[in-house]
Design a protein. Sequence first.
Length: 679
Amino acid sequence: MTKKYTLKTANAQLQTKIPYDKELNPEQLKVVLEGDGRCLVLAGAGSGKTRTLIYRVAYLLERGVPAEYILLVTFTNKAAAEMKTRVQELLRYEPQGLWCGTFHHVGNRSIRMFAKELNLSPQFGILDEEDSRDLFKSCIQGLHLKTTERRFPKPGIVQALISYARNACLTIEQALEKRYPYFLHLAKEIQEVQALYEKRKQGSSNLDYDDLLSRWIELMELHPHARQKLTRQFRYVLVDEYQDTNRLQYQIIDHLTAYHQNLLVVGDDAQSIYSFRAAEIRNILDFPKHFDQTKIFKLETNYRSTPQILDLANESITHNAKQFPKKLKAVKGLGEKPAWVAVKDPTQQSQFIAQRILELRDEGVGLKDIAVLFRARYQSAELELELVKRDIPYVVRGGVRFFEQAHIKDVVSHLKILVNPQDELAWTRALGLQPGIGSQTAEKIWQKFSKGAQDLDIIFEARFAQEVPPRAQAGFGKFKRLMAKLHKPELLKHPDALVEEIIQSGYDAYVRENFENAADRLDDLKELANFAHTYESLKDFLTDLTLREGFRGETILGAGREEADDEYLVLSTIHQAKGLEWKAVILIGLGEGLFPHPKAFEETDDLEEERRLFYVASTRAKDELYLVHTQTRFDYEWGDIIVRPSLFLEELPGRVYERWEVNQEAKEKGDELTIDYTE
């Protein structure tokens, strides 16, 4: 027998009246009860902004506003689903008709309602990121651009550039100047690609993700009937994470709320860190200027961190001139002061972090409750090897481990050939990086080489080069010249010099042409050379990397300890960590020239965004925060250098942290770190 269970809808009589005054703090309650009109809710980190939004929606529904007249906009499908579920659980019925989703989701729904006005079929398709990239590739080929004679960006970069320009409301030239200045001379050709892309996309009755915003704006600007229908339907518009909106999204919100003028946005200008994705902080900073009679609310009660952690974060962000001043107040009781940890060099930094993690675990803090955060991906390279040596399992949030990244493996493939000329995978990978050599051609070249070859000398023989297919001759010649430079006995003792030679012999150009985040990847490669400097031979360097590749996180901190299979440490960039929290956070790379990024000093706005990044990192910590500064480091270009503390450390008052000096003493069973605590 099947028992049926029926959810009550908004038309049914309510079973309960929500006791808002008992379930919300005074700051949240004020937003829920007084959120009519144009409202800016400045929600500090850990202040319960999602809870406030949910209760505001519930309050509107209980007040009699039909669900279909409410629009709640979020930034991810996961967040939208969570909010809908929480509203339903709070009300104890399903509010059917509620509009809740991402900008793109709501845009898709709106465009389909008025497809005819835009000369679209209601059944139009949507190109996902891969489909869009394939179409860009086809357009580049269709224009017969000389991509081999002149360095031309790969389809993925063209796609990212045009998307950035559209979302930031910039011209192609302006977007190139900001993101890809080394391709500025190709602006005309890129515009031609964009024009053909738009023509072919429309001809196939498809839209891409950016069209779901731009065509939505077009619908409201050029079609009065559609504008009237949409703007009068949405009596209340609520927007989450408003500090992350771009110019297109601001325009959409402006249009949608023009009639009823009930707009409530929730965000935190102190956590605006995504300008590289076209997020525009001016949207939130200038909100009171854009919208008349704005009511400003502040959520400053923090439920996440200790007073000591918040004291540090509050002091740091005061150095930003462009902001809405806020001061987070803790609900939690007193804890330990954040620690400013001074270590000798990156090696000692890795040793300290590994040892401190083990100590925290012995104190009852699970690995999943600990995170190591960093400004740039390359800053975790040496730490990852130390974690492997200590059998500490870890995951890299939002990406792959440092040595598993494509550009790192590309460079290492050349090194593997030097040590083991019979390494087929290394050969095919390295060859495939050259122009005119695809996977099949690389395999053919390998097959010719592998027959009887015991060392690399054979590839330098003229007879071998003659057997390479004609269209691959140029690329193979370039590969042969590179390997000839690398194949010198004196260089095999200097893996750092080998890495630098590979980069400078054309791989740096390959990175710029093939990867959207080229600058970050080139920083990674520079760090690979710096890291290789610590090894006396190429063989030792590759041996360590090979041992790391065999590690899959299955070992749990030593024998005899029973733990859950998913017990692991989290490594993450700060950008990927936003919105998350851990009991203990270790922030590394806090040195001059590392964090803030050196280029940030060229523009005040960039430096302030870097400081917001430091603020976001600090406020991820619930109970313990460690700020690690390496006093020296090796730079392949400059050698050993002294590293001053980050500006973000030096500008903090001494009362908000305690100083830790790390010393290393030789013990009978190995080295052990000791920590001096200095007030």
